[in-house]
Design a protein around this ligand. Structure first.
Ligand SMILES: [Zn+2]
Length: 595
């Protein structure tokens, strides 16, 4: 079938749609070649009528989804051609459709596998709808509908949207694209919890065999998270797991998550990623800073609070895993030690505050960003601040309260009232109220300035102090930057190290490690390389549009690392805080002082 003939069919199928809605049909008949055929109808809501592809969505990076769009056409509601022209790389305008309904048709390339883009092949369609669906300018808040056509035999659909016989429905374009997307022959299980339904789907090599364990892990994490938040603000939640030859990563949505893992996964239950993305259903999707609204898809939307919505979500991934019994007390201590060491290894930590680091997320796509003397990650600093605030609130309240109370207050006072919180000012005010003391100085030190952190004051609340030891670690001789959706890029090559000897240069894009495509983040890629200690690793890179193969030999080296050591004679109050932090419990009276 030619695209032209197909569009005629799509027009007919759209004809029954109601005015006031934006209606999409995504046709998969050419998915085998990576192309999707999209037809959309909407009221012309701007002058002139304009449609746009998001410049960014979900991930805090400019990704220009218009780069995947071809063969744009506009027609009136009878199917007669309208004159349309591109006026910016992401915008198409039509002069003569004012005040009426109109349709657009285009082809979109879905060739980006992984959590950040969209990907289609003969077996499946997955990823992020923001790469697929254009929106009518001025009509972003109109109700929207979506259905898929030309599915292959045996394919099913998994999205976290309400569905009826006319397809999926959402209250706006923003909500329509806020869903995991998987179409394919996947395995499926479900569970009920707190009166809500959780759907677990898994796709790819080994997925069917892993479904039972994935379901069990997801259930334990969901139970712990709902108990922590005392809230389950959804009817259904959807976990999508996709295993492939690529690296992993995750993307959060309002009522679901897409989690990607390598088919030769070491932790095939994907517990840490699941916990992080699950907690986002509150923190960022509902507990949302005022700086992130309203959304403007045509330009970067910087927020000074990414340290909280991303970094503290990572803190909570650990807390939920601990509460669910998936990690031990020792694991939790180990995680805090790891992030303290990563933080201390970045000279930029003393130059860039958590607020500034959050705003600079939009620069993460550039190779220079990853330099440890230029940026400190808002994930890293935020995860650290989460722990230090939890210890502080516990110490000031004699373990009667914790950061959990701050999360619940933000949820009750803002999210459930449909309000956005006033960034760090609101967090500071609520944390101070719960701790019973003014925490202004703590927020100045940790959030608003790059002041050195008084480690032993915070750790001392739990009867720990920081102790320097010598330790061996794996040296790659390079650092990788994490420009999600744009590839993993070498941000720094250290003189005399393994990477320099292998011929790496700053700006090289890592395409494959030992033949496997790199599609996740810099952290996952670094971890994989570190596991190849002593071996010669074949790495394919792209440099100035040319493919090169370089051979890296990771080596062992020695450095100072810091660990949490227990103070000699912890007081009962210190022991209560420590026990509370490790066991995720509050209430001083109920915690035994015996160790
Ligand atoms: Zn996140």
């Amino acid at each position: 079938m030619t695209p032209r003939a197909l569009f005629v069919l799509l027009v007919l199928s759209l004809a029954a749609s109601a005015a006031g809605q934006t209606v999409y049909v995504v046709d998969l008949s050419e998915a085998a070649s990576g192309w999707l055929l999209v037809e959309a109808e909407a009221d012309c809501a701007s002058t002139p009528c304009a449609w746009e592809m998001p410049v960014w969505s979900a991930t805090y990076q400019v990704r220009d989804f218009a780069q995947y769009v071809a063969a744009w056409e506009s027609v009136d509601s009878e199917g007669r051609p309208l004159r349309s022209q591109k006026t910016t790389p992401w915008r198409w305008e039509t002069e003569d459709a004012q005040g009426s309904r109109m349709r657009v048709r285009y082809r979109v390339l879905a060739d980006r596998s992984g959590p950040f883009g969209a990907y289609a092949d003969p077996q499946m369609l997955s990823g992020n709808l923001s790469q697929i669906l254009a929106y009518p300018r001025g009509g972003e808040s109109a109700p929207a509908r979506l259905r898929f056509a030309s599915l292959a035999k045996g394919q099913s659909e998994a999205l976290s949207l309400k569905r009826d016989e006319q397809g999926y429905a959402a209250e706006s374009y923003y909500r329509l694209i806020d869903t995991p997307l998987l179409i394919g022959a996947f395995s499926e299980a479900s569970f009920e919890l707190a009166g809500k339904t959780f759907r677990v789907v898994a796709y790819g090599e080994g997925a069917a065999a892993r479904l039972g364990a994935l379901r069990k892990t997801a259930r334990r994490l969901a139970k712990a998270a709902i108990e922590l938040m005392d809230d389950a603000p959804f009817d259904q939640y959807l976990f999508v797991y996709i295993f492939s030859e690529n690296d992993g990563g995750g993307m959060e949505y309002r009522n679901g998550t897409s989690i990607y893992g390598p088919s030769d996964c070491s932790d095939c239950n994907m517990a840490s990623l699941t916990a992080h993305e699950l907690f986002h259903l509150w923190n960022v999707k509902r507990i949302r800073p005022a700086s992130m609204e309203p959304i403007d898809f045509t330009r970067p939307n910087p927020s000074p609070s990414l340290w909280f919505v991303e970094g503290v979500t990572s803190t909570y991934a650990g807390y939920i895993e601990r509460a669910a019994g998936l990690i031990s007390q020792t694991d939790l201590v180990g995680r805090l030690e790891r992030i303290i060491n990563q933080y201390r290894a970045r000279p930029a930590a003393l130059r860039q505050s958590a607020r500034e680091s959050s705003i600079d997320a939009w620069l993460e796509r550039y190779p220079a960003y990853g330099r440890e003397d230029l940026s400190v990650s808002y994930y890293l600093k935020g995860e650290l601040i989460g722990h230090l605030l939890d210890l502080t609130i516990r110490a000031k309240s004699d373990n009667a309260h914790s950061l959990d109370d701050v999360m619940r207050r933000l949820n009750n006072d803002y999210a459930r009232q449909g309000r956005f919180f006033e960034d760090d000012k609101a967090i500071e005010r609520i944390a101070s109220e719960i701790a019973g003391v003014d925490l202004g100085a703590v927020f100045e030190e940790l959030v608003r300035t790059p002041a050195p952190i008084a480690w032993n004051r915070y750790l001392g609340y739990a009867g720990y102090h920081l102790e320097a030891t010598r330790k061996t670690y794996v040296d790659l001789g390079l650092t990788l930057a994490n420009p999600a959706g744009l590839g993993v890029i070498v941000s720094r090559v250290f003189p005399g190290g393994p990477a320099e000897r292998a011929g790496f240069r700053r700006g090289d894009q890592i395409l494959r490690i030992e033949g496997r495509r790199v599609t996740g983040g810099a952290y996952e890629a670094s971890q994989r390389l570190e596991r190849m200690l002593g071996r010669e690793v074949e790495i394919h890179v792209e440099r100035e549009a040319l493919l090169r193969m370089l051979k890296l030999r990771p080596r062992k080296t020695e450095d100072t690392v810091y660990r949490l050591a227990e103070v000699e004679h912890p007081s009962p109050a210190q022991r209560r805080v420590r026990r509370g932090w490790l066991e995720r419990k509050t209430q001083a009276a109920s915690v035994s002082s015996s160790e």
